[in-house]
Design a protein around this ligand. Structure first.
Ligand code: AMP
Ligand code: ZN
Ligand code: FE
Ligand code: FE
Length: 278
């Protein structure tokens, strides 16, 4: 029997990916995947159309989202899976994030103005199709204006954490985010723990009510996956995985370059079908 492969981490044009949800679904099929979860930043808008599209392609789609949170002043991403995408509290959290992102955009534009760049809201909106406007859209606008040579340069010099134009915006705690995911009957997963530099922050996160850890992420080598796999096993947490595909924005990460173990995929699929009978 062939192995069932599901990429449980990717972004569509509803946040900062370059492919529309339907293009993303087609890419998943073309990549030989049997399952997918679209995990846009702070929005579930992709699911307005994606379930019908997946059904037509014979692809198993599990609801997903990547929420932005902050802990001890550090940015922490939390993945939610197999929740009811129509849950009002979850929708409301997404709406609050839309406001945070709108407000943050103004603040970042002010900072960029102080750095001598002339960039307005419309310049940035021209690069964003969805409700989740983010730093990659600002970076794309800076590049178009010729202020930087690449998205990477925009982050490295201005937009990344600790750089002069970085603004986190309103902060949401991991605790309340996990509660909202659970309230929508979903599973809450620590995203890309490999990227968290501070051990005390990891220890604090492990005290929270997470259901899983994203042990397989992007193109991290096996020796950097191993400690997270051990931890997940020790604590009986779900082991998830995905590429963090963004399309042309991150061409080095193709869809399906990481995926979830088959048993995780099957468990999440079963859970999701209970939450949202198809
Ligand atoms: P935001 O959600 O607006 O805070 O933006 C976060 C997104 O920006 C991440 O998910 C990445 O897609 C992108 N990003 C973060 N850091 C970098 C970087 N150094 N270079 C390029 N893209 C980045
Ligand atoms: Zn992103
Ligand atoms: Fe992330
Ligand atoms: Fe991501």
């Amino acid at each position: 029997m062939t192995l069932l492969r599901a990429d449980l981490h990717c972004h569509s044009s509803c946040s900062d990916g370059s492919l529309t949800p339907s293009e993303l679904l087609q890419n998943a099929v073309d990549s030989g995947l049997q399952g997918l979860s679209i995990t846009d930043h702070d929005t579930v808008d992709a699911y307005e159309t994606a379930f019908d599209g997946a059904k037509a392609l014979g692809l198993t789609l599990i609801s997903g989202v990547e929420f932005s949170t902050a802990l001890r002043g550090q940015s922490i991403h939390i993945l939610g899976y197999a929740f009811d995408p129509d849950n009002p509290a979850l929708r409301y959290l997404c709406e609050r994030h839309t406001h945070r992102r709108e407000d943050r955009l103004q603040k970042i534009l002010e900072r960029l103005c102080q750095e001598g760049f002339s960039l307005n809201e419309e310049d940035v909106r021209a690069h964003s199709e969805g409700s989740s406007i983010g730093r990659p859209h600002i970076a794309a606008a800076m590049m178009e204006k010729g202020y930087v040579h690449s998205i990477k340069e925009a982050f490295q010099n201005y937009l990344a954490e600790g750089k002069p134009c970085y603004v986190p915006g309103a902060l949401f705690s991991p605790e309340e985010t996990i509660d909202v995911i659970h309230g929508a009957q979903g599973k809450a997963v620590i995203a890309h723990p490999h990227l968290i530099k501070s051990r005390p922050t990891v220890n604090r996160l492990l005290q929270l009510d997470f259901d899983g850890i994203e042990c397989y992420y992007a193109r991290f080598p096996p020796d950097q996956e191993r400690p997270w796999l051990k931890l997940a096993e020790k604590r009986a947490l779900l082991v998830t995985g995905g590429s963090d595909f963004h399309g042309s924005a991150k061409p080095h990460l193709p869809l399906g370059c990481s995926w979830a173990p088959e048993d995780t995929f099957l468990r999440l699929m079963e859970h999701f079908h209970k939450v949202c009978p198809q």
